[in-house]
Design a protein around this ligand. Structure first.
Ligand code: GAL
Length: 648
């Protein structure tokens, strides 16, 4: 498939007289896609049932006539005031019990039946009107589920839906669930928490001390299922009317719903990539790293999400290995408005970010946004154009990419030699019980990902439902707290080397410690006999290189010791014929030492600081995230440089 560029555009923000010129400039730049509509509910339906489509018809016609293909967004992330007035209890409630207010966006609870009815209505009306429109070539549902911390809601609607969901999880006679089964599964005998009836079950907020972790995990799983169901209402309606593919734009490091399950209802996964915006509070780096990459972004954060969403894009029907259809729906073009600090990208970074997405298999990269808005919340957010319509810095970089794409072969994805399992349920389990301040599953997996990439490896991410690991030399499943037996069996049987731990298989499906004790690996007597979390200032140095920090388990049994502390305590041991269990959270040097030792045949080459490499079927790419030039692959790569070569 041809690689394409696009842009996010808000015709309702600009005088109609400007649309044709904007469309002509987009087309002249070489853009293929223009995404519109996702926040325009009030303009589409100023009051209940009184639709105004004429302006949108004309906007689509103007853009289409210029040769652009429209991605039409459903506007359900911004219900207008009249919808909220009609359903005052549709607003989400936060963990402190406060109703979240109207006046920005995403002000809804995923469980409110009245609001879902309003969504059904506006999406049906849109789908009917635009399904035959030749310019509408794709759909986007809503906007960024989970952004602004909006999935967990402690409203009355959520509580009632949660009780029904639990009845379904613990089915009993008739319509009611089996409350005794729930009590047993959750261990409710502890602190006299046994329920007599599902209607006694509340939401796990505002408890005196911590609620039962099984209760919290169930609530998180329920919340994830509510997002899936909410999205499915829209995809079912759109599919009933339109053949065009459907996407949703996910976020960076939003893990509070299962993206693979949402992805199973979509044709294209997409995400919104803000490398500088994410650096300070999502990439998890220390202050020195943040300073070094302040104008480039973390060297692995974008790539991780590209690989993750390539996997999410494969969730609908097709094979999970290698990945499926995915886009960058919003690409940062300059300083943004919302991060703790908002520097400009280094010259060349917008081009680098765009090429990096293509190297990871993106079909399209769309810049956010066409023109900087001089009004409202995002007036400090750059676009391809300044508010006065003069080209901003990123415009020229987009032109460069366009020119390069014209001469470049299509990028094709190849199965990587290494895979990491990413499990949203494990992320929820760590969030419920981190066991040490600030510890998270995302950070553990991301640390492993970075170590692999420092060794120059390309990586696939796989869902926890994967059972076929053919073709991989190494598969990692660190921290996956509940590991179903079928996945254990598949990993025990694959020809790939496997790295597990810490905390892999540490809990059963309802958050109890399993007996025999973890990891209870087929054919191995390895036992995690004691667990501890460590203060940030107490790393334990390892023999060879590196250290473990944050999380360190004591183990008994197992096979040969692969990594040990300088005092001789086992840290990584063989467990079964192809499996190594890592009983701690390693730093990069520890991880790299282990990877080299268990899978020495991998095509590894340590990268210079800030450089990352990615192989497609036909090409090898190198990206320089460092703020200075580096020598790599026999050449000098300047800051923000991209090197593209036919694959050796
Ligand atoms: C995204 C969002 C856009 C815009 C952008 C600003 O998270 O989808 O609507 O707000 O951030 O960076």
């Amino acid at each position: 498939m041809k690689r394409t560029l696009g842009v996010c555009y808000y015709p309702e923000h600009w005088p109609e007289a400007q649309w044709a010129e904007d469309a002509a400039r987009m087309a002249a730049l070489g853009l293929t896609w223009v995404r519109i509509g996702e926040f325009a509910w009030k303009r589409m339906e100023p009051c209940e049932g009184a639709y105004e489509w004429d302006w949108l018809d004309r906007a689509i016609e103007t853009l289409g006539a210029a040769g652009l293909r429209v991605v039409l967004g459903t506007p359900t992330a911004t219900p207008p005031a009249w919808v909220v007035q009609k359903h005052p209890d549709m607003l989400a409630v936060d963990a402190e019990g406060r109703t979240r207010g109207y006046g920005s966006r995403r002000h809804y609870c995923f469980s409110h039946p009245g609001f879902i009815g309003e969504c059904r209505r506006i999406v049906t009306a849109m789908a009917k009107r635009y399904s035959d429109n030749p310019h509408v070539a794709a759909w986007q549902t809503d906007n960024e589920y989970g952004c602004h911390d909006t999935t967990l809601s402690y409203s009355k609607a959520a509580r009632s839906a949660f009780r029904d969901w639990l009845r379904g999880q613990f089915p009993g006679q008739g319509n009611d669930g089996d409350i005794d089964a729930l009590n047993t599964a959750w261990g409710n005998v502890f602190w006299s928490m046994d329920y007599d009836d599902f209607d006694q079950i509340g939401l796990p907020n505002l408890t005196v001390t911590e609620p039962n972790p099984a209760h919290v995990l169930a609530f998180r799983r329920f919340t994830s299922d509510q997002v899936v169901a909410f999205n499915r209402v829209q995809t079912d309606i759109i599919r009933a009317h339109s053949q065009a593919p459907i996407a949703h734009n996910y976020m960076g490091r939003i893990t509070d719903f299962d993206h693979f399950k949402v992805g199973a209802d979509l044709d294209i996964a997409s995400w919104d990539s803000y490398p500088l915006g994410f650096l300070e509070d999502r990439a998890g780096a220390n202050a020195a790293h943040q300073r070094a990459y302040a104008q480039q972004g973390d060297p692995d954060f974008q790539a991780f999400h590209h690989d993750l969403y390539r996997a999410v894009g494969a969730a609908r029907g097709s094979h999970p290995k290698g990945g499926g259809r995915w886009w960058v729906m919003e690409q940062q073009p300059g300083p943004v408005n919302w991060a703790p600090h908002n520097p400009s990208p280094l010259d060349g970074m917008v081009r680098l970010w765009t090429w990096e997405a293509f190297a990871h298999g993106a079909e399209a990269v769309c810049y956010f946004r066409w023109r900087q808005a001089p009004f409202a919340q995002e007036q400090m957010h750059a676009g391809l154009l300044r508010p006065d319509s003069v080209a901003a810095e990123a415009f020229a970089e987009a032109e460069t990419v366009m020119a390069e794409l014209a001469e470049a072969p299509d990028v094709t994805v190849a199965q990587a030699p290494v895979a990491i399992v990413f499990d949203y349920d494990a992320d929820a389990a760590w969030a419920v019980q981190p066991h040490g301040a600030g510890l998270s599953y995302f950070a553990l997996v991301f640390d492993w990902y970075r170590s692999l990439r420092k060794l120059g490896l390309s990586v696939d991410i796989l869902p926890a439902t994967c059972r076929d690991f053919d073709g991989y030399q190494l598969v990692l499943a660190p921290g996956m707290m509940h590991m179903p037996d079928a996945l254990k069996a598949a990993l025990a049987e694959t020809t790939a080397q496997v790295i597990l731990g810490p905390r892999t298989a540490a809990r059963d499906a309802h958050f109890n410690i399993p007996i025999p004790l973890p990891p209870a690996w087929p054919g191995s007597d390895l036992t995690v006999s004691r667990v501890q979390s460590l203060r940030p200032d107490m790393p334990v140095p390892l023999e060879g290189a590196g250290a473990v920090h944050s999380y360190f388990e004591q183990i008994e049994g197992g096979g040969a010791v692969v990594l040990a502390t300088q005092e001789g305590t086992a840290v990584a041991v063989r467990c079964g014929s192809n499996v190594t269990y890592m009983a701690g959270w390693g730093d990069d040097a520890a991880h790299m030492q282990l990877i080299r030792s268990v899978a020495p045949a991998l095509p590894m080459e340590e990268m210079p600081e800030g450089v990352r490499c990615r192989e497609t079927r036909g090409e090898t790419f190198w990206f320089n995230y460092a703020a200075h030039g580096v020598d790599v692959a026999g050449t000098h790569l300047p800051a923000a440089g991209v090197l593209r070569r036919p694959r050796a």
